[in-house]
Write a protein of this length. Structure first.
Length: 367
């Protein structure tokens, strides 16, 4: 088994039946909404996505959105292009997991770790989800890679890069602030003479938000203070499983280290069994509503196009459909401005169509 084979497996697991196994939720819709708003000049380029809808004074760093703008333009906003990119990033994660452990003198454990990471279905499902938070495992792996590289090369530029990447990774989710703390503590302990270089890298990564806050009365700092208070209080509104995504690479490495102690023949059997188990799990895995499910409803809606479209989303916000609906309308040379959407809180309407429980039906009252 080679690292190339592992990377091919990683891409296969993340792209197989991707339209059926990719969740397209409001969070993903929000990403595409922000990207289109960025390009229309409706959102400040110094900020990323809103950290949470209930924390209106806190946004993420813009690096993830900046990286995705070329992808959005190249793919015409098609979500499947982003799925391909995330699959490649998943393969890169497996590779750099291998490289990091190889630099530490354990290429065997590195290859096993990459193999486990590439195939482990919970990780695959995270990276298939089109959202910044799905790159938290990748951000963690790359931070460790730059940390090991900086420690071995002992050059200021390496520590500057380490700090910069640690800050950039915070644009995936604020859970990555924990990684920044780990990096700063480790460098202070082991390579104190390069501590200023690491801090400079972190500050450089946060500079877009710093500039925005200096111009806007410390807008995000206020929100960050609210989050800090909530995490030590009783409500904990910003708590989520996203904070655990950083741990997945560590778990994979730990299991790989244990497996490496097995006799070679037994290890080969274990790896083969793991591959078969994960292949079966992948074949049986289902998720609803998937991107394919969303497109089926969108296709049904656009089939009813008659010089426009009026649709009432009765039991849920249109947020899960609005982007795809307008995207597909433009692809079919239909005027997306003629799509009129009514939300659940607008029951008094003249919509011809109703979407309820992710299914389309005609509004008999409007006939």
């Amino acid at each position: 088994m080679s690292i190339f084979t592992v990377m091919v497996l990683a891409i296969f697991f993340r792209l197989w039946r991707v339209g059926e196994l990719m969740v397209f939720s409001g969070e993903t819709n929000n990403l595409f909404y922000y990207l289109s708003s960025y390009l229309a000049g409706e959102k400040p380029w110094l900020l990323g996505l809103e950290a949470a809808q209930y924390i209106h004074h806190l946004f993420h760093l813009p690096w993830y959105l900046w990286m995705m703008v070329p992808v959005y333009l190249a793919g015409g906003g098609d979500p499947l292009i982003f799925a391909v990119l995330h699959a490649v990033i998943g393969a890169a994660s497996a590779y750099f997991l291998y490289r990091t452990l190889s630099l530490l003198g354990s290429p065997g454990i590195g290859l096993l770790s990459a193999f486990g990471y590439a195939l482990f279905l919970p990780v695959v499902n995270i990276e298939r989800f089109i959202s910044p938070v799905s790159l938290v495992p990748f951000g963690t792996i790359m931070a460790f890679y730059f940390l090991v590289l900086a420690h071995q090369r002992q050059k200021p530029v390496q520590f500057l890069l380490l700090g910069f990447w640690s800050g950039v990774a915070a644009s995936f989710h604020y859970a990555m602030l924990l990684m920044i703390v780990v990096v700063l503590v480790w460098v202070w302990w082991k390579n104190r003479k390069f501590f200023v270089a690491v801090v400079a890298g972190v500050v450089l990564a946060f500079s877009p938000m710093i500039i925005f806050d200096l111009r806007n009365n410390f807008f995000n700092l206020t929100g960050l203070w609210f989050v800090a208070k909530s995490l030590v209080g009783e409500t904990r509104p910003y708590g989520s499983s996203h904070f655990l995504y950083q741990i997945y690479p560590i778990i994979v490495i730990f299991i790989a280290a244990l497996a490496s102690r097995l006799p070679k023949k037994l290890l080969a059997v274990v790896c083969g069994a793991f591959l078969l188990i994960q292949l079966r799990a992948l074949a049986l895995y289902e998720v609803h509503p998937s991107l394919k499910d969303r497109y089926l409803v969108v296709d049904e809606l656009l089939f009813q196009w008659d010089q426009g479209l009026t649709v009432y989303f009765r039991d849920q916000s249109s947020f899960d459909y609005a982007y795809l609906l307008r995207l597909e309308a433009r692809k079919r040379n239909l005027d997306s401005q003629k799509i009129v959407i009514f939300e659940p809180w607008q029951p008094e309407n003249n919509a011809d169509l109703i979407v309820e429980n992710n299914k389309l039906r005609f509004n008999q009252e409007s006939e």
